[in-house]
Design a protein around this ligand. Structure first.
Ligand SMILES: [Zn+2]
Length: 58
Protein backbone atom coordinates (compact mmCIF):
# COMPACT_ATOMS: atom_id res chain seq x y z
CA UNK A 1 0.00 0.00 0.00
CA UNK A 2 1.43 3.31 -0.99
CA UNK A 3 1.09 6.23 1.32
CA UNK A 4 0.44 9.67 0.02
CA UNK A 5 3.49 11.87 0.35
CA UNK A 6 3.55 15.59 0.87
CA UNK A 7 6.29 18.08 0.45
CA UNK A 8 7.38 20.03 3.46
CA UNK A 9 6.96 23.52 1.95
CA UNK A 10 9.72 24.98 4.07
CA UNK A 11 12.63 22.62 3.44
CA UNK A 12 11.32 20.56 0.53
CA UNK A 13 11.52 17.19 2.26
CA UNK A 14 9.01 14.51 1.34
CA UNK A 15 6.98 13.49 4.34
CA UNK A 16 3.99 11.29 4.97
CA UNK A 17 1.22 12.08 7.44
CA UNK A 18 2.68 9.34 9.63
CA UNK A 19 6.27 10.48 9.50
CA UNK A 20 5.52 14.17 9.73
CA UNK A 21 6.49 15.80 13.01
CA UNK A 22 3.98 18.60 12.63
CA UNK A 23 1.11 19.76 10.48
CA UNK A 24 -0.74 22.96 9.82
CA UNK A 25 -3.94 23.91 8.07
CA UNK A 26 -3.86 26.92 5.85
CA UNK A 27 -6.71 28.00 3.58
CA UNK A 28 -8.31 24.60 3.81
CA UNK A 29 -5.17 22.67 2.91
CA UNK A 30 -3.19 20.57 5.33
CA UNK A 31 0.57 20.89 5.16
CA UNK A 32 2.99 18.48 6.75
CA UNK A 33 6.40 19.24 8.15
CA UNK A 34 9.49 17.22 9.02
CA UNK A 35 9.97 19.14 12.23
CA UNK A 36 8.09 21.58 14.41
CA UNK A 37 10.54 24.37 13.65
CA UNK A 38 9.50 24.25 9.99
CA UNK A 39 5.84 24.48 10.97
CA UNK A 40 6.53 27.55 13.08
CA UNK A 41 8.41 29.09 10.21
CA UNK A 42 5.52 28.34 7.86
CA UNK A 43 2.93 29.75 10.25
CA UNK A 44 4.96 32.91 10.55
CA UNK A 45 4.82 33.61 6.86
CA UNK A 46 2.78 31.05 4.89
CA UNK A 47 2.58 33.06 1.69
CA UNK A 48 6.33 32.94 1.46
CA UNK A 49 6.22 29.18 0.97
CA UNK A 50 3.19 28.81 -1.25
CA UNK A 51 4.30 30.38 -4.48
CA UNK A 52 2.46 28.35 -7.10
CA UNK A 53 3.14 25.04 -5.41
CA UNK A 54 0.38 22.51 -5.23
CA UNK A 55 1.11 20.52 -2.15
CA UNK A 56 -1.31 17.67 -2.62
CA UNK A 57 0.05 14.75 -4.59
CA UNK A 58 -2.82 12.42 -5.10
ZN1 LIG B 1 11.36 20.46 7.00
Amino acid sequence: MEQPTYMDPVCGMQVTPESAAAQSDYQGVTYYFCCDADRQEFDRNPENYLTQKQNTLQ
